[in-house]
Design a protein around this ligand. Structure first.
Ligand code: IVH
Length: 682
């Protein structure tokens, strides 16, 4: 009898920890909160009835711990340094240049991570068991907050491994999700208590609360960003560290990417900044770190900061104001974006009177109402963004906002994207979409047409002088009508026509970016240009061919294919060719006499390689005439599988695609380093 109870208790503990990992580490829960609570209750009951099976590692031991009297001060075995801040992108790039110089001209691989606006915490597991959690304090010593850390969501009480290292110290950030913070603020107001200024203050306060059951109520979370003092475990790079820690069941800062080289660093930073509004928590910058721990040691640190990392920060430029109205705008792909019309308020020297509310889900999350007082910030120091509603300031006069079910410009019933959060007007003839398409086409992100801005686009449409992209290039035949437009004298007309003429010879990626193909902005347009060279070559590709291009996934491939095979897409391309725009040149035909070893072959690299990084391998494949691809398909010629290769390797086996080890790959291409290191003759 008792063995079966013990087995059930063990099974429940494992099950609960598994769901904890799914929820906190992978952000992919399989069961509802209610189902989770039921599992917990069952376990609590069993443990109560059978105290002989109690264990400090049980997930039930997180809750309702005993309050402690004050905190013990603990010295960090390795000091917790902080980061030097940089507020200007150019300065950050200069830092990168100086790093490169210190590394004898070598471009170091860097991780680009969010700088989470939380509270630093060092968490230590000994023999796989959570043994201690210490705040940063003054960097040399901090407070022992272990009992509070035990109730932080996602910090495993036991590491998810059968062979734990003797000591693992992981440093990270304690935070509260914006959503939990909003709920917490509302409850705080209800109780008549002073609200916290921001989620960071609430997290800091909670960590220091002496009563762990209070800590739990604040829904704290932990996200790892680096190693501390460890014994019996080590990594070569930060990327390896993140993978290993995640496998041990510890949540890791999401969104982290790597970059090699100045351009890639700049692009990656821009990507992270762009995704800030989608994050469920607040960030106050981006951290760039050299990934290799060897290089970190070589670069060293000053007394306060490491030389191998910098924080690119934006100040919390924020202010409180009132929502006067909520409008819904229709974008060039038909997306409906709610925008808050605000009482003007000055933030960082400029007046803000509008802020995007992103999408319908965000409206619901914020629970924003017309008349509400809201906290507005400039995310990335530019984009006005509503952080949250000051619920405590509500008077009861606020008006809830109903998201429209018809397009505000053309009245067509709107649809929700199958794969996302956006609500869209599906009418391709929608006047708003046409206007926004033309404005974007002429903008600096696409064709950069001198003299053609939003106001003029509106006038051209109103006067019936244009009805699409191609018609812009026929304006030269309608000079007299142009002269009749508001504020269009000879000079402005000349400027517009010259601007249009010049734009005809812009690089292909600019045209591609301007065509309003879903998922094809500047970045993907450049990738498509370098892979295929011309519009006609892109039009000839199958979805699989497109998806085989590195960084072009199946969703983008599908969208590109659909555009090039639609009636309107085909017609537009033909017209643009006839009008003399640069639609690219086909890549040069392969010279058979100079065949490169991987000419025309599609190769997928996966897992960890030992003698080069994955990026190096891709570069090598390209230089040998091959195409490195991101996903395995029937058209893949072979897969190079390094250590810990996962789903791509499985897929290759499933499809019967040839799999090579790193060694076999080097041999195949006749690489001079293809002798294994341990076999090298003395
Ligand atoms: S690395 C020596 N990475 O920012 C390396 N820190 O001023 C130090 N922070 O105390 C930390 N997100 O609490 C690192 N992705 C991230 C971070 C991060 C937030 C905090 C951390 C640190 C402070 C640095």
């Amino acid at each position: 009898m008792n063995t079966s109870v013990r087995r059930e208790i063990e099974r429940l503990r494992e099950e609960i920890e598994r769901h904890n990992r799914l929820y906190y580490v992978q952000a992919a829960p399989e069961i509802s909160d209610r189902e989770f609570d039921r599992l917990m209750q069952r376990l609590e009951q069993l443990e109560k009835d059978h105290p002989e099976f109690a264990s400090p590692d049980s997930p039930t031991q997180r809750v309702g711990g005993q309050p402690v009297d004050g905190f013990e001060t603990v010295t960090h075995r390795i000091p917790m340094l902080s980061l030097e801040n940089i507020f200007d992108e150019q300065e950050l790039l200069q830092w990168y240049d100086s790093l490169k110089k210190d590394l004898d001209g070598q471009d170091p691989e860097c991780t680009v991570e969010y700088k989470i606006d939380g509270v630093a915490l060092a968490v230590i597991w000994e023999g796989g068991r959570l043994s201690r959690a210490v705040t940063r304090g003054d960097g040399a010593a901090g407070d022992d907050v272990t009992s509070n850390a035990r109730v932080i969501g996602g910090i495993p009480l036991g590491l998810h491994t059968k062979t734990p290292p003797p000591v693992l110290e992981v440093r990270g950030e304690v935070l509260i999700h914006n959503e939990d913070f909003a709920a917490f603020q509302a409850a705080q107001a209800e109780r008549g208590e002073e609200p916290f200024r921001n989620p960071r203050n609430a997290a800091a306060g909670a960590l220091k609360l002496l009563d762990p059951s209070m800590t739990r109520r604040r829904k704290l979370r932990f996200l790892a960003h680096g190693p501390g003092y460890c014994e019996g475990i080590g990594w070569q790079t930060a990327v390896e560290f993140f993978d290993a820690v995640r496998d041990l069941g510890i949540p890791v800062t999401p969104g982290t990417r790597t970059a090699v080289g100045r351009d890639s660093l700049q692009r990656t930073m821009a990507e992270l900044v762009e995704e800030v509004p989608e994050l469920p928590f607040e960030v106050d910058g981006i951290v760039v770190k050299v990934s290799s721990f060897d290089l970190r040691r070589r670069l060293g640190e000053t007394s306060k900061f490491p030389r191998w990392a910098r924080a690119y920060k934006w100040e919390r430029y924020e202010a409180e104001t009132r929502v006067r109205h909520i409008a819904v705008q229709v974008g060039r792909t038909g997306t409906l974006t709610p925008v808050a019309d605000l009482e003007p308020v000055v933030i960082d020297g400029t007046t803000v009177s509008r802020a995007s509310l992103h999408n319908r889900d965000e409206l619901q999350r914020l629970d924003i109402r017309i008349g509400d007082r809201v906290l507005v910030e400039k995310a990335g120091r530019i984009i006005p963004h509503v952080l949250r509603v000051n619920v405590a300031a509500r008077t009861g006069q606020e008006q809830p906002f109903r998201f429209p079910d018809r397009c505000p410009e053309c009245g067509t019933a709107v649809q929700r994207d199958d794969d996302g959060v956006f609500i869209r007007c599906p009418n391709p003839q929608c006047p708003a979409q046409l206007r926004e398409t033309l404005v974007y086409f002429a903008s600096r992100s696409a064709m950069d047409i001198d003299g053609l801005g939003e106001k003029l686009v509106e006038q051209l449409l109103e006067a019936g002088l244009v009805d699409g992209i191609a018609s812009l290039y026929r304006l030269k035949d309608r000079r007299n009508e142009l002269l009749k437009l508001d504020r269009m004298g000879e000079k402005s007309v000349d400027r517009l026509l010259a601007g249009l003429e010049q734009s005809k010879s812009r690089p292909l990626w600019r045209l591609l970016a301007g065509l309003n193909i879903r998922h094809v902005g500047e970045n993907n347009a450049r990738i498509l240009e370098s892979a295929f060279g011309s519009l006609s070559a892109i039009a000839e590709q199958s979805v699989e061919d497109l998806a085989a291009v590195d960084e072009i996934g199946p969703v983008i491939a599908e969208s590109v294919y659909r555009f090039f095979h639609s009636e309107s897409g085909r017609q537009l391309i033909q017209e643009l060719e006839e009008l003399g725009l640069n639609t690219g040149t086909a890549p040069a035909p392969v010279d058979e006499s100079d065949e490169k070893p991987l000419q025309g072959q599609t190769v997928v690299v996966t897992g960890t390689l030992t003698r080069m990084t994955r990026d190096d391998a891709k570069q090598l494949i390209r230089s040998l005439g091959g195409k490195p691809a991101g996903s395995v398909s029937k058209r893949t010629d072979f897969v190079v599988a390094g250590d810990k290769a996962g789903s791509k390797l499985d897929r290759a086996r499933e499809l019967g695609v040839q799999v090579l080890t790193e060694q076999q790959f080097l041999e195949r291409i006749g690489h001079p380093n293809s002798t294994p290191e341990n076999d090298a003759s003395p």
